[in-house]
Design a protein around this ligand. Structure first.
Ligand SMILES: Cc1cc2nc3c(=O)[nH]c(=O)nc-3n(C[C@H](O)[C@H](O)[C@H](O)COP(=O)(O)O)c2cc1C
Length: 180
């Protein structure tokens, strides 16, 4: 099984590190799982205008294709203005309906306010559901205080445990889908 993580932040490190932690946790649980991190800082994704995928640049084509060929996915977003990042929403705009059918689609989000912990539930979950993704119950919201200020590593044990549980649940659900 291949698990692809997408970090929807274009500036900081936190979202990318959190998504990577899910990939590492998944590999620790099952070493046969292949993982790949797609960090949107490393790609020039074009704005979606509803054109066929072949009309966009190579980066857009590569990222969309990698995501479509993954068995399951974990999406990371920083909270921007009480919503998901524009970069992640633009990427999602490139996908066809049913893009995530039979794929588990986990969520991690980072933010400076705990008041926005339901933003991923209300704003990212419906979009992933629209694409027929199966969303785990254990999505993870991470306050900035849970990161080390200098290294940006996660220093809050309870957050690391939730990430581990999310990886466990995602693997469990994806195996169930594959054995249906
Ligand atoms: C333009 C902008 C808007 C933001 N809006 C919010 C917000 O509404 N709620 C919140 O909790 N954090 C907000 N933040 C804080 C980021 O979500 C937070 O710092 C996050 O951890 C950044 O992730 P990164 O290090 O991957 O870039 C905002 C940050 C920026 C730059």
């Amino acid at each position: 099984m291949k698990l692809v993580g997408i970090s929807g932040a274009l500036s900081g490190e936190k979202t990318s590190l959190a998504v990577n932690d899910v990939l590492v946790a998944a590999q620790l649980q099952d070493s046969t799982i292949q993982t790949e991190l797609i960090d949107l800082r490393e790609y020039e994704i074009e704005f979606s205008v509803g054109a066929p995928l072949a009309d966009y640049n190579d980066d857009t084509w590569e990222v969309v294709t990698k995501i479509l060929s993954a068995d399951f996915l974990v999406f990371g977003t920083p909270i921007y203005q009480a919503s998901i990042s524009g970069a992640l929403k633009n990427l999602l705009d490139h996908f066809p309906e049913n893009a995530f059918k039979y794929k588990v689609t986990g969520i991690v989000a980072t933010g400076w306010s705990n008041k926005h912990f339901l933003v991923p539930e209300y704003q990212l979950k419906p979009v992933l559901s629209y694409f027929k993704g199966l969303i785990p119950t254990g999505n993870v919201y991470i306050h900035n205080d849970s990161f080390n200020e200098d290294s940006d590593e996660i220093i809050d044990r309870s957050v690391s445990e939730r990430i581990q549980k999310l990886a466990e649940e995602m693997i469990y659900l994806q195996r169930g889908i594959n054995n249906r």
